[in-house]
Design a protein around this ligand. Structure first.
Ligand code: A3D
Length: 312
């Protein structure tokens, strides 16, 4: 036992390995990289590799590869990436059956071994998996959240910065809704250096950026062919973990349990939330116009359809 925070990563695949590296590089805490026994060599190998890399730049946090849930006990943060990624031609919903089985195993073990952790889910289909996680693990609603919005927003910001040739640091954007192709990039609430996006980019160009953002995941699946994005998803989940561990109170888009906000009740859905030491400390409501409301409703209906098919 050390005085450092403890971060457990459930799933030591593509995203899991990058999460471990980023957590160490940002000195967030000691890391347990957990996977099933068949992947013991993979997680022990990644742990050893990262611990050796630590000497180069002098990182003080350590990674342990493990297949024993006992090692996850006492975690401050858990990030779940256990589950199959998409292959070309697959939708996120095609992963539901297989990933729900995995989530059932993972969530019951979290309930048993680390019920006090702040848990961030990354596995797809995102909004249904975080719903199942919350139900099965029985965690308080403010301690469970799904990562999608930070990644979707960063894709949008990346395309905007590219189109304008401007620094990505000055792009502020908001993407609401489910993690699917009908997510809702809110152009009206997006700015570059405080200037509304609508004044900087022509409508047809903006529409193309919105469409590319919506299908951003599939674009990467098409390029990689054997799996889905991993650098972006890892960095995005780490931003959320960091805000919790360091009580930064950042306002980030994430899938949180809604209880009437945006007219939605008892579903996890992507909205701006404040993440601090208390977990999801606030859910922020944005005034939407009729067009935006209609788009959000369409996105919600897609999420609802998948979630309602989940039998627990
Ligand atoms: P991959 O590299 O296959 O890693 C998944 C790991 O999970 C593998 O090492 C498996 O052995 C492990 N695993 C399977 N079952 C269990 C279990 N019961 N307990 C512990 N570990 C287990 O996939 P990846 O890292 O590329 O992607 C992981 C998940 O993230 C997939 O479901 C993707 O669809 C999803 N993903 C989500 C986003 C979002 O923005 C929400 C983006 C990209 C990928």
């Amino acid at each position: 036992q050390t005085g450092k925070k403890k971060i457990s990563l459930i799933g030591g695949g593509q995203i899991g390995g990058n999460l471990a590296l980023l957590a160490v590089q940002k000195s967030l805490g000691d890391v347990v990289l957990f996977d099933i026994p068949a992947a013991e060599g993979l997680v022990k190998g990644k742990a050893l590799d990262i611990n050796q890399l630590s000497a180069v730049d002098g990182y003080d946090c350590r990674v342990t590869g493990s297949t024993d849930w006992k090692d996850v006990a006492g975690s401050d943060v858990i990030i779940i990436t256990a589950g199959m990624p998409r292959k070309p031609g697959m939708s996120r919903e095609d992963l539901l059956d297989i990933n729900l089985k995995i989530m059932t195993d993972v969530a019951s073990n979290i309930k048993q071994h680390a019920p006090n952790a702040f848990v961030i889910n990354v596995a797809n289909p995102l909004d249904a998996m975080v719903f199942a996680l919350h139900k099965i693990a029985g965690l308080p609603k403010h301690m469970v959240v799904g990562m999608a919005g930070v990644l979707d927003t960063s894709r949008f910001k990346c395309f905007v910065a590219e189109a304008l040739g401007s620094s990505i640091r000055d792009v502020e954007a908001l993407v609401l809704g489910g993690h699917g192709d009908d997510m809702v990039p809110l152009v009206r609430h997006s700015t570059v250096g405080g200037v509304p996006l609508t004044e900087l980019i022509a409508k047809d160009k903006l529409d193309a950026i919105i469409q590319r953002t919506r299908t951003g995941g599939a674009e990467l699946v098409g390029l990689y062919k054997t799996g889905s994005a991993y650098f972006g998803p890892a960095a995005s989940a780490i931003a959320m973990a960091e805000s919790f561990l360091q009580d930064r109170k950042r306002v980030l888009p994430a899938a949180a349990l809604l209880e009437g906000q945006y007219g939605i009740k008892d579903y996890f859905f992507g909205v701006p939330v404040q993440i601090g030491a208390g977990g999801v400390e606030k859910i922020i409501t944005v005034e939407l116009n009729d067009g935006e409301k209609a788009e959000l409703e369409k996105s919600f209906q897609s999420v609802k359809k998948t979630v309602d098919s989940v039998k627990l």
